[in-house]
Design a binder for this molecule. Structure first.
Ligand code: NAP
Length: 305
């Protein structure tokens, strides 16, 4: 019997992973917040994945953090701001050889989780797959992509990547996962906050070319200073390419704000500003961007952390 995949957080990405693993015949268990969510889930009867308009349901067993039994493989699929507290609720169940896969966007939450579970191996992931919830326990697979996985402290790939192969989850083991996470964070910092402040689609930033270029210059300085020169390589060119290629899209931060949802700002722009400060780097435009975004979120009554 292969090791069960425990999935902490049955949201968009958690469901996308859980359903594909279950479809491949692999053992999967969902860990829901509490008994109320578990009852709600039991009433629904399972998770539904919608792919190209076709819905398929999977009766994946659910449990709560207080359920019995050890956890050896845990996919943490919460938002960055929930990861630390969600993991704190299940540490008592982690086996001595437990492995955690952290799907959070941005940086900062991975370090916080790893510090909580020093005995476990923590693997970070960076994904370009896209999914959203169109109902409770129901997720739409919106954009095919790739997931890079890596462990900055231990370069050997885990054997269970075979499970991802079987589940047809496109992935690659990355020897430089930190570079990938920093690069993605920098792209996010250069694009997402401005789409919120200018109230536009990604393509709308073509009219704010100078502002984007100034931010890219400061982000490049930051990446070079914090030992991530590869993540800084041709950053501005890639930002411009992404703006063009995704011109019709609304950024994830734009969508969060439009839907009055909490953003992951602390783990994106907030993290960049915190690291700049730690290195005593003066990046005035980045700092001003954070202040403008914080004021904007505050004015909408949204959390600023
Ligand atoms: P999401 O849809 O909001 O799902 C998060 C899930 O975590 C929710 O179901 C939430 O439960 C659950 N949760 C929170 N605290 C919990 C706890 N203590 N115990 C159990 N469950 C808990 O978020 P998402 O879109 O999947 O994003 C997850 C991460 O992946 C984020 O960092 C995001 O930036 C990243 N990401 C997402 C996508 C995407 O397309 N969605 C793509 C790339 C990266 P409730 O349902 O009870 O609130």
């Amino acid at each position: 019997m292969s090791t069960p995949w425990h999935i902490l957080g049955a949201g968009s990405l958690g469901t996308l992973w859980a359903t594909r693993l279950a479809r491949a015949g692999l053992p999967v268990r969902l860990i829901l917040r509490d008994i109320d969510r578990l009852h709600d889930y039991a009433t629904a009867g399972g998770l539904t994945l919608v792919e190209q308009g076709v819905a398929s349901s999977y009766a994946i067993p659910g449990e709560t953090p207080d359920s019995p039994g050890p956890i050896r493989r845990l996919l943490v699929a919460c938002k960055a701001y929930d990861a630390e507290s969600a993991v704190a609720g299940i540490t008592h169940r982690l086996a001595p050889d437990a492995e955690l896969i952290l799907l959070q966007n941005g940086l900062g939450s991975q370090e916080a989780v790893a510090a909580q579970v020093p005995q476990a191996r923590c693997i970070s992931a960076s994904s370009t797959e896209g999914a959203f919830r169109d109902g409770d326990w129901r997720v739409v697979f919106a954009g095919h992509g790739y997931t890079w996985l890596g462990d900055a402290g231990h370069p050997v790939a885990p054997f269970w990547l075979d499970d991802l192969e079987a589940a047809k989850i496109p992935h690659e083991w990355s020897a430089d996962i930190l570079t990938r996470l920093w690069r993605k964070l920098a792209l996010n910092c250069a694009i997402n906050p401005l789409t919120v402040l200018h109230d536009c689609r990604n393509g709308g930033l073509q009219e704010h070319h100078c502002e984007v270029a100034t931010l890219c210059a400061e982000l490049t300085e930051l990446l070079e200073r914090c030992g991530q020169p590869a993540a800084a390589d041709n950053l501005q060119q890639e930002v411009e390419r992404v703006i063009q290629a995704t011109a019709a899209n609304f950024s994830s931060m734009y969508q969060d704000v439009a839907n009055k949802r909490r953003t992951e700002i602390s783990y994106l722009l907030g993290h960049a500003c915190k690291v700049a400060e730690r290195h005593q780097l003066n990046l005035p435009h980045l700092k001003q961007l954070q202040q403008r975004l914080t004021a904007h979120l505050h004015s909408l009554g949204l959390p600023v952390d």
